[in-house]
Design a protein around this ligand. Structure first.
Ligand code: CP3
Length: 353
């Protein structure tokens, strides 16, 4: 495979010196882009878009055609894995994801098996391969998965949840059964991430969207411990190149030292974390990714420029920072705000290197 022309993201994730701070945006291919909505309409639905490698490749590349982003992230979803396990993923307009067969009986959990990505998630691997080819070494491609715990939340709740009643009831009444589920999910995530790496992903990110809803001890036992297992099982080198791993626990700011000790190369931060404090706490060991509040972009390009400048200043001089939002970009964001963000990072960050 050809060498990367722009390896700034990979270098920053490995805490090597760079000329500027690399930037990419969680959910950079999404509904805030009119061209995404047009392709999605052609596909018929989000799921038929995600399951069609040609169209998924097209939308993966859309934000890169508009903005000087330093990475692509494969267009897919974390819930493809439980879908491949037979839970039947669907999306209800305006309500988000919904499983036809959520895990409600012990028997269903005991019957779960680890999907073979080469067969059951072939469409994701095909997309990864096609995107990698289309990028032609311009920027690195990020692969991703949900964390074992975050996947379990959706599998048990059946969809989005406000209070996590079912998963928490399971956690406190049948911890043995939840551990069994997390064990299966961990093996599924390892196989899935390794298959993405084999297919062309050059960095990987684990999204732990709901780990932050747990108590400190429960987070360590039911979320972090399994992400650590995932990191132990995932290839960290492929084709002679390091494959950095990013771990993002939304709401995890109180547990940064434990997260940094998990074996990841970089820690994703949401906007509740103080980037300067996070750097002094764990910046000697891992790179940091984040952490502008996505809501700042709703206020327009000027507010976005100020917000981006403040995040760069909060990290300060030196390497080991990947600019990102603290969570996915909102569908109500004007593309002009995203343009202002990317321009500002490219303009102002060289002074910090
Ligand atoms: O970052 C990227 O550009 C890659 C694409 C990506 C998507 N989902 C596309 C998507 C990634 C990395 C995800 C991860 C994901 N999916 C997470 C973890 C990160 C996070 O946001 O916390 C979670 C929890 C999900 C589950 C999920 N998928 C939800 C809750 C929803 C509904 C959101 C909504 O606003 O309706 C989705 C659907 C989804 N995944 C969309 C996109 C672009 C919107 C679908 C559409 O076009 O209607």
């Amino acid at each position: 495979m050809a060498k990367l022309k722009n390896d700034t993201l990979i270098r920053a994730l490995l805490r090597q010196p760079t000329a500027y701070t690399p930037v990419w945006i969680m959910r950079q291919a999404g509904r805030y882009l009119p061209e995404y909505n047009a392709t999605r309409a052609r596909a018929g639905s989000f799921l038929s878009l995600a399951k069609n490698p040609d169209l998924a490749t097209e939308v993966t590349l859309q934000p890169l055609a508009r903005f000087r982003l330093d990475a692509a992230i494969v267009f897919s979803d974390i819930l493809t894995v439980p879908d491949a396990m037979g839970l039947g993923l669907g999306f209800v307009e305006g309500e988000g994801p919904r499983f036809a067969r959520p895990l409600r009986e012990e028997r269903q959990i005991r019957d779960l098996t680890v999907p073979d990505p080469d067969r059951q998630l072939r469409y994701v691997l095909d997309t990864v391969g096609q995107v990698r080819k289309a990028l032609a070494g311009s920027v690195p491609l990020i692969g991703f998965s949900g964390s074992p715990f975050t996947l379990a939340c959706y599998m048990v709740e059946g969809g989005a949840s406000a209070e996590f009643r079912l998963i928490k009831t399971l956690l406190y009444s049948r911890p043995d059964l939840l551990h069994h589920l997390l064990e299966i999910n961990s093996r599924a995530v390892i196989a899935y991430l390794n298959a993405q790496i084999e297919s062309g992903a050059q960095a990987v990110m684990v999204f732990d969207t709901w780990g932050g809803t747990l108590g400190a001890a429960e987070y360590r036992e039911f979320s972090l411990a399994y992400m650590q297992r995932v990191l132990e099982g995932v290839k960290r080198e492929h084709d002679g190149e390091r494959v950095p791993a990013i771990l993002f626990t939304k709401g995890g700011a109180a547990w940064l030292e434990a997260i940094a000790a998990s074996g990841c190369d970089a820690v994703g931060l949401d906007w509740t974390a103080d980037l300067g404090m996070a750097r002094s706490l764990i910046g000697q060991r891992v790179a940091l990714q984040g952490n502008l509040d996505p809501a700042v972009l709703l206020a327009g390009p000027e507010a976005t420029r100020k917000g981006a400048a403040a995040v760069l200043a909060a990290f300060g001089r030196g390497s080991g920072h990947v600019f990102n939002l603290g969570h996915g970009v909102s569908q109500h964001t004007a593309p002009e705000s995203v343009a202002a963000l990317v321009e500002t990072v490219h303009e102002l960050s060289p002074a910090y290197h």
